[in-house]
Design a protein around this ligand. Structure first.
Ligand code: ISE
Length: 341
């Protein structure tokens, strides 16, 4: 039987998820597109062939013809609507962040533990990106020796909104790196320092983070939301015996006029198109079987990213290194594989 999916939020990401469910998710039906803006919900539903439209998120979650939910609504609604999915017993793929407040993440964790199973798969899709998977495999396989340093560059063409600050670059964009670096290195962050250079114009400068892990590694993250030249994410992991760098999928090279050129995407969706599809396929399987995907991020990972982001924002505000203070991870969130190790 097809899994009937509701997409809540019909903005940039909601429209993309609706398209993926409609076109690239065999075994799933795009049952409902929900948005507080009814016209926007209707527009996305018509474009993706959804069966129903709604402007009531809580009502959509409770519908009997909805088996699973993809949350792509505004960040502030992610935790409350995830709690509604847990209470209703509906698996949910929640776009990052679970919440920008670590304490609100803990309320979702508390609800899941009381429910006795994980219902929330968190949308840190880079874990499904082939280049990060190969990086993790190279480290785990011993090719690099002990991991020492990881460089990360995360560049957007232009600020997502006029009010987007350096602190928001840490709390909105950098959580991708916080999560995927934890995943690749299998570690936790202990401390973070944050710096910003001065631009010659009024645009928000890049933020440069230096993080220390509990295993003695150094990780730097550059978040530049006004890179102007293209959407560009880079990473290199340096070990005692070698290094491995991420490569973006490049499908063509233009040679003309004594020049070579390749193109950058305008935003993250083409760069991580395959990762989103892999993530959503694994969510469909989670919805069908109730078995949480090994690769995926969960509510605990959402909490961990939020704690690091809060410390990073404080480090930037106060101009000093800030320790990352995290709760102990409950056994409930320790993956079977880790538990067996
Ligand atoms: C945005 O919110 C995302 O989640 C994108 O994946 C990321 O690349 C971008 O920098 C964020 O602002």
């Amino acid at each position: 039987m097809s899994v009937r999916i509701a997409v809540i939020g019909a903005g940039l990401m909601g429209a993309d998820h609706a398209k993926i469910v409609a076109e690239d998710l065999p075994g799933a039906t795009l049952q409902v597109v929900c948005d507080m803006d009814g016209a926007r919900a209707r527009s996305v539903a018509d474009a993706s062939g959804a069966l129903e439209v709604s402007s009531d998120p809580e009502g959509t979650i409770m519908r009997n013809d909805v088996d699973a939910v993809i949350l792509a609504s505004p960040d502030s609604t992610h935790a409350p609507l995830s709690l509604a999915c847990i209470a209703t017993g509906k698996p949910v793929l929640c776009e990052k962040p679970l919440s920008q407040s670590s304490s609100e993440c803990l309320s979702v964790i508390d609800a899941e533990m009381k429910a006795g199973r994980r219902w929330v798969q968190l949308g840190f899709m880079r874990r499904y990106d082939q280049s990060y998977l190969e990086m993790k495999a190279a480290l785990a396989g011993g090719a690099l020796g002990r991991a020492l340093i990881m460089h990360n560059f995360h560049r957007n063409v232009a600020n997502p909104s006029a009010d987007f600050t350096g602190e928001m670059a840490i709390t909105n964009s950098a959580p991708h790196e916080f999560d995927v670096v934890r995943y690749v290195l299998d570690t936790e962050f202990m401390a973070v320092s944050a710096f910003q250079p001065r631009r010659s114009d009024q645009l928000v400068s890049p933020v440069f983070l230096v993080l220390e892990t509990r295993d003695g590694q150094i990780v730097n993250v550059e978040i530049n939301n006004n890179a102007s030249y293209g959407y560009d994410v880079r990473g290199e992991l340096i070990g005692e015996m070698g290094s491995i760098a991420l490569n973006a999928p490049v499908y063509s090279r233009l040679d003309t006029g004594f020049r070579q050129s390749t193109e950058y995407a305008a935003d993250w969706r083409p760069r991580y198109g395959e990762a989103y599809r892999r993530q959503n396929r694994s969510f469909l399987n989670f919805a069908k079987t109730g078995v949480f995907p090994d690769i995926a991020s969960d509510s605990w990972d959402g909490y961990a990213a939020a704690v690091v982001a809060e410390a990073g924002a404080r480090a930037l505000r106060e101009g000093r290194k800030v320790r990352v203070e995290m709760n102990e991870r409950p056994i409930f969130y320790v993956r079977q594989k880790e538990a067996a190790e």
